[in-house]
Unconditional design. Structure first.
Length: 221
């Protein structure tokens, strides 16, 4: 069973994996907060979600998250990963899992000779790269509507109405594996990451399955 304790443990373990793989430049380990008798939150001690609600440019938001140290993991290219989970009576009710790439990769792309000798940088040196933030949201307590506002969904590029249905809430392992496989592929293939096979129950509506959607799998090997 996926509990607050097991989710916090996954985040800590995967953070260590990223440190060992040299993908992580800085980190803030998660903690478990008891917000009330029923509500438990897994986040970082000094996290503040108000920055995500501000009407500011992406570059400004990224810098504010960085300045506040309000991230779990800072990747080697400056990308920030944030993982926030909320449970009610040990059952997940919400999460916000975010990938905030650095607004530009000038330092890497203008002086690639400094990094070309190490394969882990190969995926982020291409000058054609356009950075796109993404966020996996899950909330089964607030208003939701099939297709229009799925319980679990992926948002790309901060587009307000971009909500791609996801079959369930994501575990830290599913989220971080998605990020490393797709954006740090070379480093992912060279390193060993602990595997967690558990997954949350499906929350997708039948009509959403008829649309293009993302399936959260169980990892078997």
């Amino acid at each position: 069973m996926l509990t607050p304790k097991s989710i916090c443990g996954q985040i800590k373990s995967l953070t260590n994996d990223l440190i060992i793989s040299s993908l992580c430049e800085a980190q803030n380990f998660p903690s478990i907060k008891k917000l009330s008798k029923k509500i438990t939150e897994i986040g970082i001690t000094h996290s503040d979600n108000s920055v995500f609600l501000k009407s500011i440019s992406y570059a400004e938001m990224y810098q504010e998250v960085l300045n506040r140290n309000a991230y779990n993991i800072k990747m080697i290219d400056g990308a920030l990963l944030t993982l926030l989970y909320r449970f009610k009576n040990d059952k997940i009710v919400a999460h916000r899992l975010s990938y905030f790439p650095a607004p530009d990769l000038v330092a890497f792309q203008n002086e690639p000779e400094l990094y070309m000798t190490d394969e882990i940088y190969m995926d982020i040196l291409d000058k054609r790269i356009v950075t796109v933030p993404l966020r996996f949201d899950f909330d089964n307590e607030k208003a939701y509507k099939p297709i229009e506002h799925p319980i679990s969904h992926l948002t790309l590029g901060q587009y307000e109405n971009c909500r791609i249905p996801v079959s369930s809430a994501l575990t830290p392992y599913q989220f971080i594996t998605f990020i490393t496989v797709n954006f740090y592929h070379t480093a992912h293939n060279k390193n060993h990451f602990n595997i967690y096979k558990e997954k949350f129950e499906d929350s997708i509506f039948p009509e959403e399955r008829e649309y293009l959607h993302i399936n959260a799998p169980i990892y078997r090997n």
